[in-house]
Design a protein around this ligand. Sequence first.
Ligand code: ADP
Ligand code: ZN
Ligand code: MG
Length: 489
Amino acid sequence: MEVENGPGWEIVIGLEIHVELLTRSKVFCSCATGFGGEPNTRVCPVCLGLPGSLPVLNAKALEYAVKTGLALNCEIASFSKFDRKNYFYPDLPKAYQISQYDLPLCRHGYLEIEAGGVRRRIGITRVHLEEETGKSLHAGTSIVDSPFTLLDYNRAGIPLVEIVTEPDIRSPEEARVFLEELKRVVEFAGVSDVKMEEGSLRCDANISVRPRGASRLGTKTEVKNMNSFRAVQRALEYEAARQIATLRAGGRVVQETRHWDDAAGVTRGMRSKEQAQDYRYFPEPDLVPIVLSPEQIEQWRRELPELPAARRERLAREYGLPAYDAAILTASKKLADFFEEAARAFPDPKMVSNWVMGELLRLLKAENKELDQVPLQPSDLVGLLSLVRDGVISGATAKEVFEEMFHTGDPAASIVDRRGLRQISDEGALREIVRRAMAANPDAVQSYRQGKEKALGALVGAVMKETRGKANPQLVNRLLLEALREAKP
Ligand code: ADP
Ligand code: ZN
Ligand code: MG
């Protein structure tokens, strides 16, 4: 579908994001969390919803949920409670989900983002704590024509926060940028490992359009089943165009849930959306309300690590880096930590930044790896850059060595020695090679002396050939010039 978003229409988007919290055990029982595992091996009567079992709140899950809210500038409720959200679906063994309804843990926050050079503040309506459902594996190619479904309850009961934004987002691109920043915030806050491909961060997107300048919001649809931030942007671009085309043709947007088909690049209507009353929310009788003292909340606030915006600002200031570098280096906490550890041990932080943004990110991308999946350590990079700075190897050689370090984690110096890559910086030895190169190329020597400076290149080339590229180029240049000046025939 063609995107037709002329100046006449305004797009309005609000996101609902689910993030799995990084606790070792589930939110209401002691079963292990963690991705994967043989299906239905990390289960117990509580997370299977067997009669007579009782939930007990995991204190760490509560702490992480509150820290999520604090990282998103929310007010934290001193009194909140759990509610049952009733619906029947096979991945929900109790036929209700323990969630929070009218008294969530966190409210009224915001997250600042920068999209297309514009800084915007996106309101966070609420953050609440709930339990994850099991996982349905539909056989066949799509949920629509699937002949049967397999169920794995290992995921059931993993702690989850739901983060709901205000309808403040104004373009599909801004939605993607918001998600990227949100991912960084929860990662830096240490509450989740946010792996979208493993489903630990999921996003449903609500979208409507309205004539520019209108004060009332249009009817929204809710789009589900996006597996990447890029997919969220594409799905919203499609959906905005579809709604605008519908309205232009005199039709009406129907409030419904739509399923994103990534391969086909379209959204399809699934069912009309449930209203809150369909869930028959009521207070969870098996759990006491959550009462938090101001001291407890302040302690968790103090424990929050440095968040991405602050870290970007500090990296730029402390290491004298351009804002561009600081933004790239804080793409993930691991990358920022890697940079800082290397930059603290090397006198030229910009050089470290160039290597991290250049070679390191290039190789990670080419091999589709995360930083913690490769053996390379910050100290290895420092070792390599020291060799370049001391003239032991050239910049070009350093790239080769870096690639080997990236794969093996061997120290730069030992790779350089094993492969015989040390530059020849021994003046005596080079002077002798220079003398031989001049003797073997009398024409070049003569041309140079007649004023053809280009002839120097041929002599440098001859020295490089004899040393198989290992001569220190600055030194070769200086020695050649000295020799050409001195030894007039
Ligand atoms: P629902 O009752 O359908 O769950 P909510 O008012 O709770 O709707 O909002 C759910 C999400 O949809 C929020 O992220 C909110 O910002 C967003 N939203 C609400 N109304 C609109 C709208 N007209 N257009 C786009 N997004 C909207
Ligand atoms: Zn359990
Ligand atoms: Mg709602």
